[in-house]
Design a protein. Structure first.
Length: 190
């Protein structure tokens, strides 16, 4: 099987705090997603793994998507499949928008972003990539800290009580939003 990569981008409006939050939710839902794809016509199978980045350009939140594909190279089919996945995930993000909980805000200049060691990474913290300090692993190798008091912001207790906590920049402030904890699986793994 062939291995190949495709870069894609999705531009979303970023004219409000809620629109930036929505873009970050879509990014979080797609990032790390892995799919086994079978197409009947033309007969084709492949596996695709998505990684995402993001950037803010004026009033546009740009979701940068990298698709790592294992299988026959067909860019058109990959684009169609990615559009279908994004359609589902944007609906899920819209649903999450109704469930997020505001957790406070800080002036942007009162918060700094620092690299953290692997043991201190939080997979449940979603921060835009453009805040990553030099040398930090994106997306989890850095965290936000209050300049006054030198405490992580959000604190671990906030992260522990939400599915995800998103840092949303808008209008010279950073806003925190928490998503609900995912439902517990009926079967527990040892």
């Amino acid at each position: 099987m062939a291995q190949w990569e495709e870069g894609l981008a999705l531009d979303l409006p970023a004219t409000s705090r809620e629109e930036v939050l929505y873009g970050l939710l879509v990014k979080d839902l797609l990032n790390g997603g892995s799919y086994d794809v079978e197409v009947e016509e033309p007969p084709l199978t492949f596996t695709v793994d998505y990684t995402c980045g993001d950037e803010l350009e004026g009033d546009v939140y740009r979701l940068l998507i990298v698709a790592d594909v294992d299988g026959e190279e067909d860019h058109e089919i990959l684009h169609q499949f990615t559009e279908e996945v994004l359609q589902e995930l944007t609906e899920e993000a819209r649903s999450l928008m109704d469930q997020v909980e505001p957790l406070g805000s800080q002036p942007s200049d009162g918060v700094e972003f620092r690299r953290v060691e692997e043991d201190d990474e939080r997979w449940d913290l979603v921060v835009p990539d453009w805040f990553a300090p030099d040398g930090a692993e994106v997306p989890f190798g850095f965290r936000s800290f209050l300049k006054k008091g030198d405490k992580p912001w959000p604190e671990d207790s906030a992260l522990d009580t939400h599915g995800r906590v998103l840092v949303v920049p808008y209008d010279d402030r950073l806003h925190l939003f928490g998503t609900p904890m995912p439902p517990e699986d009926d079967e527990e793994e040892d």
